[in-house]
Design a protein around this ligand. Structure first.
Ligand SMILES: *[C@@H]1O[C@H](CO)[C@@H](O)[C@H](O)[C@H]1NC(C)=O
Ligand SMILES: *[C@@H]1O[C@H](CO)[C@@H](O)[C@H](O)[C@H]1NC(C)=O
Ligand SMILES: *[C@@H]1O[C@H](CO)[C@@H](O)[C@H](O)[C@H]1NC(C)=O
Ligand SMILES: *[C@@H]1O[C@H](CO)[C@@H](O)[C@H](O)[C@H]1NC(C)=O
Ligand SMILES: *[C@@H]1O[C@H](CO)[C@@H](O)[C@H](O)[C@H]1NC(C)=O
Length: 436
């Protein structure tokens, strides 16, 4: 356990990355010089070193010129994808509407609705401070009053009492990264609006919500169910660096092994996965995280290839562990982010209104990969294709209204907000498959 914590500790969370914001240019340059010396011996990596070096000059530039203050550091930012990353995009006939035969609920638009938000973030003890934008000083409130309207059907309005009753005796498990934690918090807060005594809802071990905690379980004692969150950013298992691996390797992400806490996900009634935001060069290779398959390091393996491999591991785990007469499995697709364009990638401007045009942002290679794999799992898996709906919501990110205003964040969402809609879709899906 201790070594695992160390491993996880080595992973810089968004917050940590941001805390050393002011030192970034300096640190990065130092680190880069070091790695330059090491790697220049290795012909294969010279080019990547060069790229890093250019990156260092670039960040040093921003460091030196205070005109760019406040410095913005990327929170869970995905790197810009080019067309040649080796992910095969979905073809037009390969959409998800065949999963939702009657209506593709993910094809729609946001409409203004004064009956939203569904709860007050400050009255819900499970809205973590970092996501409670109003409490952190956000003044404009229009972002709270939008509802997702599918093109060819309606989503039933969320009814806490109906859902609480439906969940009686069940176990809901969310697995994934911080975006999964947001959906978990959102679900608890939505359900709490139907609870008379807030003290009857509690984290079973008395844990507080923190960014790195591996497991949180909130119990609705009067309804005899729990809503749990497992932090598993890659779904597969990070492991010790092999002894003879190159120095730059700090952690081996074992692509053929699901997370070692996965046993705890099995006996659930509703199981919701996500992964995506950590599969980037800055969060993997720059941190010394490389891939491993069959006990062998795969230093040359690309991130998209690794992502697909991890999904394949997830698929076989699902197929051999899930009892379909009990567990409903969901997989959320990539959550849209709104960092500025290529030249100003570290830019994060939260708008006052949703965007009217999304220019291709409704697609993401990781979403395509998720949609494709889930179709090929031998047990039913429902895709929550949140990429398109999120793409419109440049107004709904945390921005500077997190618990650290020096940080800009165009990845995470304010609560209440967009993740509530993910839960409304999840609930409506559950209710439409009524089971005894
Ligand atoms: C989709 O279209 C491709 C060619 O464009 C075809 O090969 C494939 O069989 C089609 N798939 C389905 C599910 O219809
Ligand atoms: C939410 O609740 C807090 C604390 O009870 C209250 O001060 C605030 O006005 C409420 N906000 C809204 C938008 O109702
Ligand atoms: C609570 O739910 C569990 C199933 O999760 C069930 O076995 C148990 O009997 C329930 N307890 C009560 C008091 O209803
Ligand atoms: C699968 O789940 C059902 C419903 O909870 C239960 O009756 C059955 O025993 C389970 N099967 C296995 C193999 O665990
Ligand atoms: C589905 O999975 C099988 C193995 O389980 C694989 O052979 C096949 O290529 C997959 N199909 C697609 C479309 O990915």
């Amino acid at each position: 356990m201790g070594s695992l914590d160390t491993l996880l500790g080595g992973l810089r969370t968004a917050q940590d990355a941001l805390l050393d914001v002011l030192n970034l240019g300096k640190l990065k340059t130092k680190w880069l010089l070091k790695s330059w010396l090491f790697q220049s011996f290795n012909g294969l990596v010279v080019i990547s070193s060069l790229l890093f070096f250019l990156g260092a000059i670039f960040s040093a530039y921003f460091y030196v010129f205070p005109a760019y203050q406040p410095v913005t550091v990327i929170v869970d930012n995905e790197d810009v994808f080019t067309s040649d990353i080796g992910m095969i995009p979905l073809s037009n006939n390969e959409t998800i509407d065949d999963i939702n035969t009657e209506c593709n609920v993910f094809d729609g638009r946001w409409v203004s609705d004064e009956s939203y938000p569904l709860y007050n973030g400050s009255q819900c003890p499970f809205t973590e401070r970092g996501f409670n934008c109003l409490a952190n000083g956000r003044r404009d409130q229009e972002y709270l009053r939008w509802r997702w309207q599918p093109k060819s059907c309606d989503i039933p309005r969320f009814d806490a009492n109906v859902m609480l009753e439906w969940l009686r005796g069940k176990r809901v498990v969310f697995v994934g990264d911080s975006l999964s934690r947001t959906q978990w918090e959102s679900m608890i807060c939505m359900l709490m609006t139907g609870i008379d005594d807030p003290r009857s809802v509690y984290e079973i071990n008395g844990h507080r919500i923190t960014r790195r905690i591996r497991h949180l379980a909130v119990r609705f004692s009067s309804f005899n169910f729990t809503v749990e969150f497992y932090r598993s950013i890659f779904l597969v298992q990070p492991g010790q660096r092999p002894k003879r691996a190159p120095k730059r390797v700090k952690t081996a992400v074992q692509l053929d092994m699901l997370d070692d806490i996965s046993d705890e996900w099995v006996h659930s009634d509703i199981l919701v996965f996500n992964t995506g935001h950590w599969w980037t060069p800055t969060k993997l290779f720059d941190m010394g995280w490389y891939f491993q398959v069959g006990g062998k390091m795969k230093l040359g393996m690309s991130i998209p290839e690794a992502f697909n491999k991890a999904l394949a591991t997830w698929k076989s785990w699902i197929e051999s562990n899930i009892n379909t007469s009990r567990t409903r499995v969901f997989f959320r697709t990539f959550e849209a982010t709104h960092w500025g364009g290529v030249e100003s990638r570290k830019n994060c401007e939260v708008t006052r209104q949703p965007m009217s045009r999304i220019d291709g942002m409704d697609k993401h290679p990781y979403s395509d990969a998720i949609i494709r794999i889930t179709k090929n799992v031998s047990v039913p898996v429902t895709v929550l294709h949140v990429t398109p709906m999120g793409a419109f919501r440049s107004d709904a990110h945390v921005g500077t209204w997190s618990d650290n205003p020096r940080i800009r964040d165009c990845s995470h969402w304010c609560l209440p907000g967009v993740p509530d809609m993910w839960n409304e879709l999840l609930f409506s899906n559950l209710l439409s498959y009524q089971r005894p």
